[in-house]
Design a protein around this ligand. Structure first.
Ligand SMILES: [Zn+2]
Ligand SMILES: [Zn+2]
Length: 636
């Protein structure tokens, strides 16, 4: 049960932990009724990291009530009642509802009004079931754990208000949230992780470390990178460019806007229109500005043929900000005649896209309206698919290693044959072939993957790459897509060995996702303590005292570092050395050179590394070559 009714298939995919948490929601309702028998319940689904139950109750539940409720829940779990399923007819269910017996411990004066409403919205052909634990009976399709005693450990976490069915015209309910785990240790780890995540929140650290800002005048969801953030952006691009160059990719550059026709061809319009910024309509161009030839070239896309015929008519044209780079890249594939000898062709671009995310869904760098994507489109023959797809996966694994990502999962989404022509492009053979190929590669690669039916993209099977940060929080970083439809829509061709036109397969891939999301992830992952190669400020020089000779010596070291492209600064304040160190530590500067007269006389610097402390004096030439090597090898 949720705001949106889940289909029976969706319920079947409920994971073990979701089942456990949803069962705990029944126990929560049982406990609330023991204290407030008049409570009326609406929906109580599992959600990410826990569960909730919506309740209508004159008493305002507050966190002070949690102890009392949790005590009742513990009793119910200790009683180890079984979750007993009962199938009933619609009328039987309604009768119980009228007696107030649904989501209740006994018959009551008031009908179970929300449950009656839910029953009335259950499709005619669907079986209606009730679940009982102890005295508590609820309308529910399940599934649950076997007995209340199977619900390991739980904790109520918060209470909020929510409208019934999410509609503000409906009554306002109290939404009580909780979470549950199989073991006490998992529960403790979860709360420790939440504490740690709060400290590492990319929005908080992004501000404190001068990495990025939002500005009301610029607009919501449009992050701007400060110099310290731009450094990270550029280092990531450098990494991608080097990696892709070595893997035989070629770089391209494309504009940020395109005419409507391009997105009609790609199929993004009209289906994807809601996620795109509204079009810019250009009209009434002063004739002659571009000469007659230019006027003739203007296509009045989407307009009536009448306005298109006369050159003197009002010219109207619609342009969209690009929400994806693929259509531009397909056009580049098509720009040159291709033969099988040119394949695989790998076109890469850190492309900037714009997506119209709803303002309520914007979240720091994780959900934004402008994004720069580590994009590439690989065009190949079917015979080349396996090797190309493997190479893409290999690239992912190398990146994971570089960034110390130890846990990841590839979610391989496939199509549902019964939804061909609706949810999925109607090409049964191509679906079968590409899914087979993809599945085989995944199987043979030893990658950690799971197959998810019915979640493919419209055009072909896709793989969502999920990674876990060092503190165990999950992020979806990138999506790989196998695409057999767009190359057709764009009429992409290559000549095969026998000089016959063939359509290439296309792989869309973006291992580093978008700068925005990946940097948001890295901020949490590293808690802002970036490895030397990514560190916005790699070295800060801190002089002891203001002896002119020491300052000159320090300046010559600064110049030496910068001459080797090391991002180095010098603290010019007249503060005591401890103050300077403290400030550099606060900004998480990677390496500090502390320089006093004694260091100068020895031709050395005293090295201090953030998080590691004082490493003692080192000859200046030696520390410089160490730093350069560490940066070159992108070591931690
Ligand atoms: Zn249930
Ligand atoms: Zn693409």
């Amino acid at each position: 049960m949720s705001d949106e009714r889940k289909t029976p298939e969706m319920r079947a995919t409920m994971t073990d932990i979701e089942r456990l948490r949803h069962s705990c929601a029944h126990v929560l309702a049982t406990a609330i009724l023991k204290i407030w028998p008049e409570a009326q319940f609406a929906a109580g689904p599992p959600v990410e990291n826990g569960f909730y139950y919506d309740v209508d109750l004159p008493h305002r539940i507050s966190p002070e009530d949690f102890e009392k409720i949790e005590a009742e829940m513990k009793k119910e779990i200790k009683a180890n009642h079984s979750f007993e399923r009962m199938e009933v007819s619609r009328n039987e269910a309604l009768d119980l509802g009228k007696k107030g017996r649904l989501a209740a411990l006994t018959d009551r004066d008031q009908p179970s009004k929300f449950k009656i409403d839910i029953i009335e919205n259950i499709p005619e052909d669907e079986t209606i079931s009730l679940y009982r634990n102890g005295d508590f009976i609820d309308l529910c399709a399940g599934p649950h754990v076997m007995r209340t005693g199977n619900i390991g450990t739980f904790k109520l976490t918060s209470v909020a208000s929510a409208y019934y069915k999410g509609d503000e015209k409906n009554p306002q309910l109290q939404r009580v949230y909780g979470t549950a785990f199989k073991t006490k240790k998992e529960l403790d780890d979860y709360f420790t992780m939440l504490e740690e995540a709060k400290k590492r929140d990319h929005r908080k650290l992004g501000r404190e470390l001068d990495i990025f800002v939002f500005d009301d005048d610029v607009g919501p969801g449009l992050p701007m990178f400060l110099p310290r953030g731009a450094v990270i952006v550029e280092e990531l691009e450098k990494l991608a460019k080097e990696t892709e160059f070595a893997a035989g990719y070629q770089r391209v550059r494309t504009p940020h806007i395109a005419r409507e026709m391009l997105y009609k061809k790609s199929g993004h319009l009209p289906y994807y229109a809601e996620s795109m910024f509204p079009p810019m309509v250009l009209e009434d161009r002063p004739p002659g500005l571009f000469g007659d030839r230019a006027s003739r070239l203007v296509d009045t896309a989407g307009e009536t043929p009448a306005s298109r015929t006369a050159e003197t008519a009002v010219l109207r044209d619609r342009y969209y900000l690009k929400a994806m780079n693929c259509p531009h890249h397909h056009k580049l594939f098509a720009a040159v005649p291709r033969s099988y000898r040119d394949l695989p062709l790998r076109l890469a671009e850190y492309g900037t896209c714009y997506r119209y995310e709803k303002s309520g869904e914007l979240f720091g760098l994780m959900r934004v309206r402008s994004l720069q994507m580590n994009d590439a489109h690989l065009y190949m023959t079917p015979e080349q698919f396996e090797a190309e797809f493997n190479a893409v996966n290999e690239m992912y694994l190398n990146y994971f290693k570089l960034f110390g990502i130890e846990k990841y999962l590839m979610r391989f989404s496939t199509h549902d044959p019964s939804k061909l022509g609706q949810k999925f492009v109607d090409e049964p053979e191509l679906w079968k072939q590409t899914e087979e190929m993809t599945r085989n590669v995944l199987k043979n690669s030893g990658l950690n993957y799971e197959e998810v039916p019915n979640e493919a993209a419209f055009y072909g099977p896709k793989i969502d790459v999920q990674v876990w940060s060092v503190i165990g929080r999950e992020f979806t970083i990138a999506t790989n897509q196998v695409d057999f439809a767009q190359p057709r829509n764009f009429d992409l061709r290559y000549k095969d060995k026998d000089n016959i036109d063939k359509i290439p397969i296309c792989i869309h891939r973006a291992p580093l996702g978008t700068h925005e999301r990946f940097i948001g992830f890295l901020i949490e992952h590293y808690a802002g303590n970036f490895p030397l190669w990514l560190s916005p400020e790699q070295v800060r020089i801190l002089t002891i005292g203001d002896d002119a000779k020491v300052v000159d010596y320090s300046m010559s070291i600064l110049q030496g570092l910068r001459g080797h492209q090391v991002r180095a600064e010098i603290d010019k304040t007249s503060d005591q050395i401890n103050g300077k160190i403290q400030r550099a530590e606060q900004m998480k500067v990677h390496t500090m050179f502390v320089i006093g007269k004694r260091d100068m006389d020895a031709g050395a610097v005293s090295v201090r590394v953030h998080g590691k402390g004082n490493l003692g004096p080192k000859p200046r030439a030696e520390i410089l070559s160490e730093i350069l090597l560490s940066i070159k090898e992108r070591r931690g």
